[in-house]
Design a protein around this ligand. Structure first.
Ligand code: COA
Length: 172
């Protein structure tokens, strides 16, 4: 299993390669990041690290033995003990349980290291792979809402992190 690492400045080249190589693949399931994201990557990377330093978000990459980024798992909009979860896995690394394992691991990190008590997540309702990840990682469906004007729907999920505290079912 690739290692889950908190985002650092030196991850920039491998992260950019990951986003470039998988751009078309990701755009089938999530909104494309746009050309500016790639053109201004270094400045954006620095800005994200500054946000992370301020405690507003927690970014993570999945790094394989060669130093390549094969996935990312992020917590954004940290407030009131909660955060929004997002993730993406390199096309060539999908179907091996990587997203499920990384989300499960991050739930533990969120509770133990970041002191969070609950996570939210949202995915296109027709993203069956993403929904499977959330359900296997203990998230509960809270609602499905139409997205206008896209004509698609978005499924919303929630997971309390109480079980990761000492003495809880997932606590260590
Ligand atoms: C969705 C995504 C994160 C799944 O990553 P992954 O590492 O392959 O996920 P896992 O292997 O942990 O589990 C996914 C499960 O969903 C299933 N699955 C994957 N794609 C599927 C699809 N298109 N339709 C139905 N099931 C699917 C897998 O078979 C697997 O279940 P299984 O182990 O019982 O076979 C990855 O495909 C991805 O990054 N997609 C593009 C970005 C994205 O959609 N991000 C989520 C936005 S909220």
């Amino acid at each position: 299993m690739p290692e889950l690492q908190r985002l650092r400045p030196d991850h920039a080249p491998a992260l950019l390669a990951f986003e470039r190589e998988n751009r078309e693949y990701f755009a089938k399931s999530v909104p494309d990041r746009g050309d500016a994201y790639f053109a201004e990557f270094d400045a954006r990377h620095a800005a994200l690290l500054a946000e992370q330093g301020a405690g507003l978000c927690h970014f993570h990459v999945l790094v394989d033995g060669d130093g390549a980024v094969v996935g990312r798992v992020n917590l954004v909009d940290v407030a009131d003990g909660e955060a929004e979860l997002g993730y993406r896995i390199a096309e060539g690394a999908t179907g091996r349980g990587l997203a499920t394992a990384a989300v499960r691991q991050l739930c533990g990190v969120a509770a133990a290291e970041y002191g969070l008590t609950a996570l939210r997540a949202a995915t296109y309702a027709d993203n069956a792979g993403s929904r499977a990840v959330l359900e296997r990682a203990g998230f509960t469906l809270t609602g499905v809402e139409p997205l206008l004007p896209e004509g698609r729907s978005e499924a919303h999920y929630f997971r309390e992190l109480r079980s990761f505290r000492p003495g809880g079912a997932d606590g260590r």
